[in-house]
Design a binder for this molecule. Structure first.
Ligand SMILES: *[C@@H]1O[C@H](CO)[C@@H](O)[C@H](O)[C@H]1NC(C)=O
Ligand SMILES: *[C@@H]1O[C@H](CO)[C@@H](O)[C@H](O)[C@H]1NC(C)=O
Length: 478
């Protein structure tokens, strides 16, 4: 049953990709390669040099993020557009396949790698990429990568079409509708019109299919399904809650390496059991996860050094940290520096969270906690665990794609859903352990207590999943 659902999903998604590609082809500007007014998408010919560069970049990130043995390359570009948004954003739909080169071979130029001839070894896939190029920072970021295996053969499609008898179909839509009604009641949603409600129902349906796909391919013990984000498209979710700046490595401020832990990591640790963690907070409709990740870390450091658990102000960082972009995203490394410059953080009560930027109302007389520097942790998960157990909760960042659909359990999504190079959410690592033999990280999120397990997300530990090991840092309090 599950595999059938999956196939239906693949067919639907593939049809949608083709449809999107057609829409793009029809609404694009007729002048190839000519830049339109800022913000307006422009269709590109395959030969566009910027597009070529973006495709090579996407291939590189794709290969780094996947488990396959063979290097995969773009066979053909199905559609490509660019848009000027604080740099250039490329939206590319392309077909990829296996080359004869192995990833382990070191190559000067992957363009010399020919494709596998037999379709079963070529394993074509259609991917939608979004690449954001900021030429003046010389940085390029993969904002989005969504791949589906190529259309299954017609025999399978016919079986599926036959299975969807009208009565089965009706039963399904009744189930879906009642699930949606439950969702609307539980999360107190109200839509402005019938059209809006219909649109949200369609998005809900699509999200339920994605949740099903994640569920059938999860290798941990997670449950995916209805969450409070189930009526948002992936793009809405990304722009409302996530933080693309986290993938901009070159904007990172260099930090001192953290001194290594003295002892090996104990088998499990949880700072919640030691009083170092404040209650779960809610960032609301603002991409300020970076601020919550950093205050959570400093609350822990302050507790361990000064013996008092405070709840510290994120709004101060949203309003006063000029190195970051308030609700538009930020980097923990910048935030530590901004806090040092400001002279410290006020408490949550003195400088309360409102979830949008206002003018800076910081007052040095109300500083409740200061920091004296910041450090960057090693990338080895065992070393991170050892450091955490000795020194306190850690600010981290990860790829949050699966988090939109997560309900409970230990999440272990397939790597294709969790490219470690597409880090877009900052959170707080508070502990680790094992559940029924599955090693996990315990992660404090900032999407309210009604998210995940009482506001927490549990992610598989030990395979650097979702890039969890790539941006671990901490403030230093003396
Ligand atoms: C539900 O939403 C309405 C309007 O958005 C609001 O006035 C009301 O307080 C909410 N109720 C709950 C229980 O959150
Ligand atoms: C740490 O920073 C605080 C506030 O800026 C300062 O008063 C204190 O002297 C610093 N401690 C050390 C050991 O540098």
């Amino acid at each position: 049953m599950e595999s059938k659902n999956l196939r239906v999903c693949y067919i639907t998604c593939f049809i949608m990709l083709i449809f999107n590609a057609l829409v793009m082809a029809l609404d694009g500007s007729p002048e190839h390669g000519v830049t339109g007014s800022p913000g307006q998408p422009v269709r590109l010919p395959d030969s566009d040099p910027g597009l070529q560069k973006a495709v090579r970049f996407a291939e590189g990130r794709y290969n780094m993020g996947s488990n396959g043995i063979y290097l995969r390359r773009v066979i053909k570009i199905i559609s490509a557009r660019k848009q000027l948004v604080k740099g250039v954003k490329y939206s590319i739909v392309a077909e990829l396949g296996n080359t004869l080169c192995k990833k382990s071979e070191v190559l000067a130029d992957s363009a010399v790698c020919d494709f596998h001839a037999e379709p079963n070894k070529l394993k074509t896939e259609v991917c939608a990429f979004e690449i954001w190029d900021l030429p003046w920072f010389s940085t390029t970021t993969l904002l989005k990568q969504k791949c589906q295996p190529d259309a299954p053969d017609t025999e399978n499609s016919q079986i599926d079409a036959g299975a969807l008898s009208p009565s089965a179909h009706d039963k399904k839509s009744v189930e879906l509708l009642s699930e949606f009604k439950e969702f609307v009641a539980k999360y107190n949603r109200s839509y402005s019109s019938q059209e809006e409600a219909d649109k949200r129902l369609r998005i809900f349906q699509k999200n339920m299919k994605t949740a099903q796909t994640l569920q059938s391919l999860d290798q941990g013990s997670a449950e995916y399904g209805v969450t409070k984000f189930s009526d948002l498209t992936e793009d809405e979710f990304r722009s409302l809650y996530l933080n693309p700046l986290l993938s901009q490595w070159s904007l990172q401020r260099p930090m001192k390496p953290a001194p290594a832990a003295i002892s090996a990591a104990p088998p499990s640790w949880d700072w919640r059991e030691h009083g170092a963690i404040s209650p779960v907070k809610n960032q609301g409709l603002c991409g300020s996860c970076w601020a919550f990740s950093v205050t959570g870390n400093i609350e822990g450091q302050w507790f361990l050094k000064k013996g008092k658990l405070l709840s510290l102000s994120e709004q101060e960082l949203v309003d006063c940290d000029r190195l970051d972009q308030a609700c538009g995203g930020g980097l923990p490394s910048n935030a530590y520096e901004a806090i040092e410059k400001l002279g410290g953080l006020e408490t949550e009560i003195d400088y309360s969270y409102i979830g949008h930027k206002q003018s800076c109302g910081f007052s040095s007389g109300k500083v409740a906690a200061y920091i004296n520097g910041s450090v960057e942790l090693p990338r080895d998960e065992n070393e991170i665990a050892a450091w955490l157990a000795e020194n306190g909760p850690v600010s981290i960042a990860l790829n949050a794609f699966a988090m939109q659909f997560y309900r409970r359990g230990v999440s272990r999504p397939m790597k294709i859903f969790c490219n470690p190079w597409m880090i877009d959410h900052a959170v707080l690592l508070v502990g680790y352990g094992e559940r029924k033999g599955i090693p996990f990280w315990a992660i404090k999120n900032s999407w309210g207590e009604d998210y995940g397990e009482q506001g927490y997300y549990y992610l598989y530990r030990g395979s650097r999943l979702c890039g969890i090991n790539r941006m671990c840092s901490s403030a230093v309090v003396n």
